[in-house]
Design a protein around this ligand. Structure first.
Ligand SMILES: CC(C)(COP(=O)(O)OP(=O)(O)OC[C@H]1O[C@@H](n2cnc3c(N)ncnc32)[C@H](O)[C@@H]1OP(=O)(O)O)[C@@H](O)C(=O)NCCC(=O)NCCS
Length: 172
């Protein structure tokens, strides 16, 4: 049996709904406060979290991982860039609750997200990952994302420059 399958069998990935907003916000705010995964130090308020999720719910691009009845992680995709010429390219985000990392939850979420993006007719998925985030880079490699390049010092947080690694997965 694929070891990933063994690790993920207790995970159910389902489309998100408005009632997930606070769980998702807690996971996002933890990453904002403690990591360089999200390049901001401004946490989301409940109103902002609900509005952010509502945008994704409208286009069906938000998913949560349910483990033992708890939201253990989420994944979303959205436009990579705003101009309409980029409309067939989306960017993904995957976040797993602290204490649940390394259990296959991110894998299950990204698998569902890629299927949904492909079913929606998108052409390419992009991941923009802080260059030292080895777990996210490994997760994306596992699905065949290729390393396009790393853009040095395009972000800052916690008093240091951050490099952005771009990864790409063609869907069609
Ligand atoms: C990155 C993240 C989503 C990965 O999800 P996860 O559930 O922890 O990862 P999984 O258990 O599904 O593992 C997927 C792959 O990544 C690898 N991986 C997971 N954690 C790792 C780590 N700390 N170091 C190296 N590889 C790691 C796994 O070994 C697995 O690869 P394998 O099949 O070759 O063994 C999760 O760690 C997380 O939420 N991190 C904080 C937020 C974040 O960085 N999000 C991504 C922003 S771009």
């Amino acid at each position: 049996m694929d070891p990933i399958y063994e690790r993920t069998r207790a995970v159910t990935v389902r489309p998100a709904h408005p009632g997930d907003a606070e769980s998702i916000r807690a996971i996002r705010n933890h990453a904002i406060e403690h990591s360089t995964a999200l390049w901001t130090q401004t946490p989301q308020s409940p109103t902002e979290g609900a509005a952010w999720l509502a945008t994704h719910l409208e286009r069906g691009s938000a998913f949560v991982a349910d483990v033992d009845g708890e939201v253990a992680g989420f994944a979303v995709y959205g436009p990579w860039r705003e101009l309409d010429g980029y409309r067939h390219t989306v960017e993904d985000s995957v976040y797993v609750r602290e204490g649940r990392h390394g259990l296959g939850i991110g894998f299950a979420l990204l698998a569902s997200l890629i299927t949904a993006a492909r079913d929606a007719g998108h052409h390419v998925v992009i991941a923009g990952i802080e260059a030292e985030n080895t777990s996210s880079i490994r997760l994306h490699e596992r699905f065949g994302f290729h390393h396009v390049g790393t853009v040095p010092e395009v972000g800052t947080k916690f008093g240091r420059w951050l490099d952005l690694t771009i990864m790409r997965l063609p869907l069609t």
